[in-house]
Each structure stands twice: as C-alpha cells, then as structure tokens.
Design a protein. Sequence first.
Length: 347
Amino acid sequence: MKALIYHGPGMKTWEDVADPEIHEDTDAIIRVDTTTICGTDLHILKGDTPEVAKGRILGHEAIGTVERVGAQVKNIAAGDRVLVSCVSACGHCRYCREARFGQCLNGGGWILGYMIDGTQAEYVRIPFADNSTYLVPEGVTDEELLMLSDILPTGYEVGVLSGKVTPGDTVVIVGAGPVGLSAITGSRMYSPSHVIAVDMSDRRLEAAKAFGADITINNTREDPLAIVKDLTDQLGADVVIEAVGTPATFELCTQLARPGGHIANIGVHGAPATLHLESLWIRDLTITMGLVDTFSIPTLLRLLTTKQIDAGAFITHHFKMNDIMAAYDAFQNAADTGALKVVITRQ
Ligand SMILES: [Zn+2]
Ligand SMILES: [Zn+2]
C-alpha cells in the first residue's frame, strides 16, 4: 500500500510500504476512505516530538471501511463504515473507566501516527477497535464526520469544557486555526456575551468571524489586552483558550484572563513558557491543559446529525491520496492558501 512516511525533521515521502496486519485480537484493519492533516503532524515534521520514530506513517484522523477484525472485536465487522478516533482506548484501565482515554495505561491514548503507524495511508491498523471507532451515522458526509476524529472534540473538551465556558461569559480564543475555530463553535453553544478571536492572520480572523466570533483582533497591529479590558470593565475575560502552542501566546492568555477566570491551554507546545507566578498568584486563576480524550464524540455526533454544528465549514481544500504532498503544501502555507482542513480521499 501507499503511505505518508516521516523520515525525520523536515522529511516525508509518499511511498510503498507493507500492508498493516492484525497484531492483537482487539485490532481492526481499516481501509482509509478519507483522511486529513493536523497541525500536530506539522509539529512532528518540525521535530518538536523527537519521540516519533523515523519510518512512522503519520495521521490520526480517518473515516474508513472495516476490512477485517481480530477475534475479540464485537462492535464492528468487515464492511462497516467507521469514524476513527484520534485517541485509542483499552476501555479497562483506571483512566479509560473515567472516560479519560487520552491517558490510557494499556497502550492506548494518542498513539496513531505517533507511537504506531497512522491514517495517512491506504490501510491502517486500529488497536482496541471496539473502543476506538464509531459507526458512521446516516445523513452526514464523510468529510463532515472526519472533523470529529480530532479537531471538534479537542476544541470542545480541552477548550470549552475544561475552560468551563458558561452563559454570558466573555471568551477569548487565541489562535484561529482549525482547533481554535472548533473552540469558537463549542463556545457558541453556551451563549457567551462575546467570543473574541486573536490571530496574526487576517484570513484566519475572517474565518473566525464566519464561525461566530463577534470581535476579531489582529495582534500584529492591535492590542488584545486593551480591547479585552475595555469590553470587560477593565477586568479581563472569563475564559481564555490558547490554541497556538507558543510561549508568547500562552503568556498573553494569562494576561487576558480576569481574576477568578479560566485559561484553557489546547496548544501543543514545543518549548517552555514562563508562568509569571509573581503577578498571577493573587488573581485566583485556573489553568487547565491536556490531551483530548474524545469522550465527547457521541455528543458531537448528535449535534452533527441534527445540524446544530456545521462541520463542513472547516473544509477548504480537497485532494486525492496520491496528491498528499500537495495537500501538505497547501496546509503548511495556510497564511497564503487560506487552508483550514484539507480533505484527502482515496483515488
Ligand atoms: Zn490532530
Ligand atoms: Zn485504557
């Protein structure tokens, strides 16, 4: 089969590799029908995650068709069409029993396209298949559903739920990439007073407006702190969601939150940020962070099938698998191409 292989920082190829095999009775082999590229794949290619082995197939989002299953798989069978969660779950360990699948102790968690071969390939082995896939419901397209593999649960769980967005809140989202836009979508469900998007790209801020941000701030020429303070009687925002993953944006988030407010970090960080405890300690801030668990996929499926969320709005580009290198180019140069999510389908 063909697959997108990571060969070390800055190096990737679309090449022939062996088809995946069933290793455990709880595995399934899925034929990948639709996949996409995540900002995290770019972090890996930048070398931010040296733990990723050379030769690894990247990708952790997919819609596919079950080819075959191990002897213990009960929920899905050959021919079923499934959504693959970016997080795998053994279903039995302490964390899985708390629906904290991202922290699975038995070899689950975020492993696809990271610790094991991923979904940017014609076929993929999915461990713990019963707990790591969802049957495709009627009435939604593959590409809409694909947004539930990672970005919509990530923005909702790690941003909105961990940040404890409540009605009437002023919510600031720093970073208007796909995950930041997911956090805007999720925040909107709680009737906030304001959703304020901060980014350095006007194109991304336009997208943020389309997703429901009522105020946008380009921090290359505007001062987010002054604008947020003016809107909030000089207090700051109730919830600030970090969706970039740089020291500067994290530190900005800590300044934007009001005393007693929440800062929810979603960003994947590759360098240490300074936590200014000398000025923050007195402000009763709550800072949360984490890897997505994808426990919200069933909720998001209901919101998607009843048209409460528009997952199609994330999709800006389409490619066939053989053109995956062009898909990477478009996604990597998002400032020029306006790419949010690029959908990659089988030939
Ligand atoms: Zn991702
Ligand atoms: Zn587990």
